[in-house]
Design a protein around this ligand. Structure first.
Ligand code: NOJ
Length: 781
């Protein structure tokens, strides 16, 4: 019946469309359909479309909503999240389309963050692949599985720039760089949505958290954010903009304030910037109860909060039900107009139309699809390959890695045979029982000539207070029946009998993600004790890390022979770790968030400013910007990551050193694989402009290329640089470039680069046509 209704509309509209040529056909069809539907809706039903409830399996915040079924039947719900599987979705959707007065279908949202059932590496790890094809592929597979399971809307990508590893949610984003973050935002949106949301395997993206959520003061989740507009435009906003430009169907407002107004009440942010400047056409949903939380921010009571949010440009209220409760009386009192509600309602209905829900409210989900398209061997294989690409080799002295496929390995650590943590903090629908542990992966890959001696060595978390908190949050933190000393003794005995120790240590996944900020970024103390004892055996120690953020690894980097950062690698983590440990995959990941030496250096990021008193390396000079007790530079810089081979960079060659406006600079380096294994290098291009009308970062990433080389092979890697790459936001927030000297830097990470200088000239901009011929300055003939 729904299908017929939409079809009739379409036929009518197509006929009408022949007569008046104006808007694009899809828009005119949609407009006519939505106009017709809205003309039959009551005010209460329109407000119902703005209501998003959490119904079903997961709880991702405080619970408020009640009587969901009854509300769905009354047409008081626009969408739900946390319900999936074809059976559950079909049941609830049938209530909406068959039992509500107008039969408007629901959106089914969910946090499909890095995979649905086949879980890929956590997003910070995905970013460390620097492989846009792999990242898009992961989003595509996620959308395919999620739609097979009944979902039509994912709360992803999370594109918040983060410079503070104390913030647990640094795990969920792409790291600290706006250029890379923007590329990743774009491909993720495309991976989820494809070009056509009505395809049964496409789902709508939701860019979050708009805006600046990653800049929470002191890295404490939900904390205040305060920054200049220029800082926002230059460093924090580009990934959101890229996602909007890629056509993301929805945007989620963030919990934090922006310019002293909560984002969810911020009209400048949600309307002037997002819609007027950026041309966003989709709808804005709040984060979980963000309207209600405006009272705590100091914006007034819930009635006032609902009013402020709607006026700011929030279309949909997640969980809080303030719209449902207060908008009718606010209209009655003329505090808001019905046209504001119409506008929000229209945006939600448009999204449903684009998803094709009026034609097929189930979006092609069937039990057959769920059975055959989820967790397939192909999807798992993709997860394995992408996980291996996400790992970052931080250290590899004396070529300890790769390991030989013979001899004896002591496999130690609380995460060595763990499945529960591998999926990370946003496992959502992921089932940890499907995850491959490192021990299991090693036995799959190593072959029968390797003897594995296993020992847990330590609990993941021994600190009773932390353990109690994590348990209260619902995490499983197993505690061994043995004493810490007994566990260490067993591990040392294994190490003494082995050729090499592989220690798999790190954070509990519950120590990362939302509401999981930390002030100490070291490994948990009991795990450090274990590591010290293992190192003291004199056996070579390979540290395999699993964690959701940059850690402080000063001691580890001095004493372990090799360090492999594997984040939380997803369903196939263990196989992928083994692939790298034994050299079946040569590691290629590069960091996208700086690893500090100590927490005191935070915020620390590669694209910082120079200051007026930069430290130039003279320890006897007092008045320079530096610490007394720690160097300024990080332990591992942005872009850093080793390979089992070595790449050598030739000097930069330029096609010219002086350029005029519209010219293109070609900057090349010869890259040679100087080692003995084939490998892949991510060649990074940074630009800096030492003199400009506003202070600029010491360097900004402006390009990268992934190059695969056989041993001994050399390739010329060329970057094309145009004035577009020179642009930045000036003090008036105009996005433009300024002439002058530029330093081109090319290298394997942000701190090890070759550099060359060019001068770029710019014709002065004519103020009006008659001023295009400027009088020659005196004496210049
Ligand atoms: C709160 C989180 O901030 C957001 O990222 C998530 O999408 C929602 N909860 C829904 O679970």
């Amino acid at each position: 019946m729904q299908k017929n209704r939409q079809l009739l509309w379409l036929i009518g509209v197509m006929l009408a469309g022949c007569l008046q040529a104006q808007p694009p056909v899809i828009d005119s069809k949609m407009n006519a359909f939505v106009d017709g539907l809205m003309s039959r809706m009551t005010l209460q039903e329109k407000i119902g479309q703005l209501n998003l409830l959490s119904v079903g399996f997961d709880v991702t915040g405080p619970q408020l909503s009640q009587d969901a079924d009854a509300k769905v039947r009354q047409g008081l719900v626009g969408g739900v999240f946390n319900t999936y599987t074809p059976v559950a979705v079909r049941k609830l959707q049938a209530q909406a389309v068959k039992e509500s007065r107008l039969g408007i279908p629901l959106l089914f949202g969910y946090d499909v963050i890095h995979g649905h059932k086949t879980i890929f590496p956590m997003p910070l790890g995905l970013a460390c692949t620097w492989n846009l094809d792999s990242i898009e592929r992961s989003a595509r597979i996620a959308a395919n599985e999620a739609t097979a399971d009944g979902l039509t809307w994912t709360f992803s990508p999370m594109v918040d720039i983060a410079r503070d590893a104390r913030w647990g949610r640094i795990a969920e984003g792409a790291g600290e760089d706006p250029y890379l973050g923007a590329q990743i935002a774009r491909v993720m949106v495309h991976g989820y949505q494809t070009g056509d949301l009505s395809q049964s395997n496409a789902m709508m993206a939701c860019v979050k958290h708009f805006a600046l959520y990653g800049a929470a003061e002191a890295g404490r989740d939900y904390n205040t954010v305060d920054m200049s507009r220029r800082q926002m435009y230059e460093y924090y906003l580009p990934p959101y903009l890229a996602a909007v430009e890629a056509g993301a169907g929805s945007v989620m407002s963030s919990f934090n304030e922006v310019d002293a107004v909560p984002a969810t009440a911020n009209r400048w942010l949600l309307t002037d910037l997002l819609r007027t400047q950026w041309g966003f056409q989709g709808f804005v949903v709040t984060d979980y109860t963000a309207i209600n939380e405006m009272s705590e921010h100091g914006m007034g009571d819930l009635r006032m909060d609902a009013q402020l949010a709607l006026k700011a440009g929030v279309d949909m209220d997640m969980v809080g039900e303030t719209y449902l409760k207060y908008l009718p009386e606010l209209v009655a009192k003329n505090a808001i107009s019905e046209s504001q509600i119409n506008q929000a309602c229209r945006r939600i209905l448009e999204a449903k139309f684009k998803l094709g829900l009026f034609a097929d409210p189930y979006h092609g989900c069937t039990e057959e699809r769920a059975r055959t398209e989820i967790l397939t061997p192909e999807n798992r294989q993709a997860a394995r390959e992408i996980a291996a690409q996400s790992f970052v080799l931080l250290k590899n002295d004396q070529k300890i890695l790769p390991l030989r496929k013979s001899g004896t390995i002591a496999l130690v650590g609380p995460l060595a045979d763990d499945q529960q943590n591998l999926l990370g903090s946003w496992r959502a629908a992921g089932d940890w029982r499907q995850a491959v542990s490192v021990q299991w992966g090693i036995s799959n890959v190593a072959g029968s000539a390797v003897t594995i001696l296993s020992a847990k060595g330590a609990n993941l978390v021994d600190d009773p207070a932390l353990r109690a908190t994590l348990k209260a949050f619902g995490a499983e933190i197993p505690v061994d029946a043995r004493s810490p000393q007994e566990m260490v003794n067993e591990a040392v005995a294994a190490a003494n009998r082995a050729d090499v120790v592989v220690a798999v240590l790190g954070e509990s996944s519950a120590m990362t993600g939302e509401a999981a900020s930390r002030s100490d970024l070291g490994l948990p103390e009991n795990q450090k004790d274990l590591l010290r004892t293992l190192v003291a055996t004199g056996k070579p120690v390979v540290l395999v890390l699993m964690n959701g953020r940059p850690l402080t690894l000063g001691w580890e980097s001095e004493h372990c022979g090799a360090i492999l950062e594997t984040w939380f690698g997803g369903t196939e983590a263990g196989n992928a770790v083994a692939d790298v440990l034994f050299g079946d995959y040569n590691p290629s990941g590069k960091l996208t968030a700086t690893f500090p030496r100590s927490v005191g250096q935070i915020p620390i990021y590669y694209n910082h400013k120079n200051t007026g008193r930069p430290y130039k390396g003279d320890p006897a000079f007092k008045y320079a910007s530096r610490y007394l007790d720690v160097p300024n530079d990080p332990l591992y810089a942005f872009g850093y990551g080793l390979s089992f081979t070595t790449f050598s960079y030739g000097d930069i060659k330029l096609n010219k050193t002086a350029l005029a406006d519209d010219e293109t600079l070609l900057a090349s380096v010869s890259l040679t694989n100087a080692g003995e294994r084939a490998g892949e290098e991510t060649v990074q291009l940074y630009l800096s402009q030492p003199i400009a009308s506003v202070t600029r970062s010491v360097e900004d990433l402006r390009g990268f290329q992934q190059v695969r080389l056989q041993p001994g092979e050399t390739k010329e890697v060329t970057f094309r640089i145009t004035p577009e790459d020179l642009k930045f936001y000036n003090a008036k927030l105009e996005y433009d470039w300024e002439p002058g000297a530029f330093i081109v830097r090319i290298g394997g990470n942000s701190s090890q680069v070759k550099s060359a200088t060019v001068n770029w000239h710019k014709k002065p901009v004519a103020l009006n046509p008659s001023a295009t011929i400027r009088p020659l300055a005196k004496g210049s003939e």
